[in-house]
Write a protein that binds this ligand. Structure first.
Ligand SMILES: Nc1ncnc2c1ncn2[C@@H]1O[C@H](COP(=O)(O)OP(=O)(O)OP(=O)(O)O)[C@@H](O)[C@H]1O
Ligand SMILES: [Mg+2]
Length: 509
């Protein structure tokens, strides 16, 4: 029988019941410092090898009970549903997708929160990802920006926590979510707080740039869920403010970013402190082939679910426009564009460098545009303030480096502008994905210069896959032709919902 009673509706009493189940506290787990080499990739035909779990207390991670309506789905219905929602699955014993929230078997206290949020049905990644995650298996989940991946891992995390013995003094978290930026970590925490509130799960966010004191106090009090950026978490581990001996549910959000060269050593260090039979879940909108092999080193017998094409792709709800420009034309083009589109809705503008961000923002402000900037050289207090002004719509234009490219979910960002082309096509997909979220439509404008020519071919593929127009100039660049002389191109076919200019009078008006 499953220990996870979806209809109990009372998580606290459920956890109390479990607390005398003979599971020890932290001391029972001897798992610290275990080598990763015990987790490996397996071919489909090869049975999973046994993990070395010497001295580790067993724990529950399979909570999934198929609802009668899901069980009644024939293989053909499953196939049809997956096709309709563009769900591709890999792995052995893949569970059927769920069509409705009620079918997942989430406890009432979780379902109530979902209803309160006003959601109508699971997104595709949730429909297939929830049963997979609830089965306790490792998982790679790839789905477009703004498609609800956060709840795809947070709701099963809540179920997971509520089925574990309560924390003993000195215990570290049960769920660890790693994210690449502070703002994203904080956003995930807010979501965890919202959906975990009714089950009295405590959480904290461990990230740099702010005083350690309050974070240390949270850790010492005991929290079931920790959301962290790697650097500060390692600080906390090195100074013994927490430990990962009780982590049994590990999430890498923006997993391809977390496994790239910048973060990989830190991830390795963190993961080496977590027991090998943990459940590990990776999520992203992009999944370059190069990370797959590295990623699988940390997984055991994983499922993989991909929504839409397995190739790099952008969210189809976003209209994409690309304008071939020269570097010197960019600012004037930007202002023209802003005059066209500015109607008080939020506009996010990406730049390459912090310096560029500052320069353009200063210029925009001098010219009367309500712009603020967020990047890594700003104090965390300023970053927080800028983001909150942007979210509140008080400062509808935000300029940013890639620090804002991934994961951030700001309501009603209508336009994303790539003032500078990003350093990779993956970043392009994440950046423009700040608009067109959760069923909304969005528009992205991208300035593309001769210096970006090497990205032309892949960019064209992304545009085509999403059914977007490719200008003859860009197509020529994709074929290796030199870019046209400056002044060509332009956002000819952009939507013409011209807004009023914003701010005071400008010299070129
Ligand atoms: N089932 C649902 N129905 C409608 N909206 C949902 C559903 N699940 C989540 N959302 C909302 O969709 C928005 C985007 O979700 P989320 O931030 O998790 O996207 P994501 O897939 O993680 O995107 P990214 O790749 O950019 O990180 C959020 O505002 C979230 O509340
Ligand atoms: Mg996300």
């Amino acid at each position: 029988m499953s220990r996870y009673d979806s209809r109990s509706g009372d998580p606290a009493s459920y956890r109390d019941r479990r607390s005398d189940s003979g599971f020890g506290g932290a001391s029972a787990y001897g798992g610290s410092g275990r080598s990763l080499s015990s987790r490996k990739d397996y071919d489909a035909g090869e049975p999973p090898r046994k993990l070395d779990l010497d001295g580790l207390t067993p724990f529950e991670k399979n909570f999934y009970v198929e609802s009668p309506s899901v069980a009644a789905m024939s293989e053909m219905e499953v196939e049809e549903y997956r096709q309709k929602r563009e769900i591709t699955v890999e792995g052995r014993d893949v569970p059927k997708p769920v069509k409705s929230f009620a079918d997942v078997g989430f406890p009432d206290y979780v379902l109530q929160e979902v209803m309160k949020a006003g959601f109508v049905e699971p997104t595709a990644i949730q429909a297939q990802g929830w049963p997979m995650a609830l089965k306790g298996r490792d998982l790679i989940g790839i789905a477009e920006t703004g498609s609800g991946k956060t709840l795809a891992y947070l709701l099963p995390a809540i179920v997971h926590v509520n089925a574990q013995p309560i924390l003993a003094p000195g215990d570290g978290p049960i769920v660890l979510v790693l994210a690449p930026t502070r703002e994203l970590a904080v956003q995930i925490q807010q979501e965890a707080a919202k959906f975990g509130a009714s089950s009295r799960i405590k959480n904290t966010c461990i990230y740099g740039g702010v005083p350690k004191g309050p974070q240390v106090r949270d850790l010492q009090k005991g929290v079931e869920i920790v959301i962290a950026t790697p650097g500060r978490l390692i600080d906390m581990l090195d100074s013994h403010h927490t430990n990962l001996r009780r982590v049994t549910y590990l999430v890498l959000d923006e997993a391809d970013r977390m496994l790239d060269m910048g973060f990989e050593p830190q991830i390795r260090k963190i993961v080496s402190q977590i027991r090998p039979d943990r459940q590990t879940l990776y999520w992203s909108a992009t999944w370059p082939k190069e990370v797959e092999q590295l990623a699988r080193q940390f997984l055991y017998n994983p499922y993989k679910v991909i929504i839409g094409s397995a190739d790099l792709k952008a969210n189809h709800a976003i209209r994409q426009h690309v304008d071939i420009v020269s570097e010197s034309q960019k600012y004037n083009k930007l202002v023209k564009l802003l005059e066209d589109i500015m109607d008080g809705s939020r506009i996010l503008i990406f730049m390459d460098t912090k310096k560029g961000c500052d320069q353009i923002t200063r210029q925009l402000r001098m010219d009367g545009w309500p712009a603020l900037s967020i990047h890594g050289d700003k104090s965390q207090a300023e970053r927080d303030w800028v983001l909150s002004e942007f979210k509140a719509g008080k400062s509808p234009i935000m300029t940013a480096t890639d620090v804002a490219a991934r994961g951030l979910d700001v309501k009603d960002v209508k336009y994303v502008i790539n003032y500078d082309f990003p350093g990779s096509l993956e970043d392009y997909v994440h950046r423009i994905g700040r608009t067109g979220r959760a069923g909304a439509k969005g528009t992205a404008y991208t300035f593309f210069t001769a210096a970006n020519a090497r990205f032309a071919k892949e960019l064209i593929a992304i545009l085509k896959e999403a059914g977007q127009k490719v200008s003859p100039e860009l197509a020529a660049m994709g074929r290796g032709a030199p870019p046209p002389p400056s002044g060509h191109g332009g956002f000819r076919d952009r939507d013409r919902d011209r807004g009023k200019g914003y701010g005071g009078s400008r010299p070129w008006n």
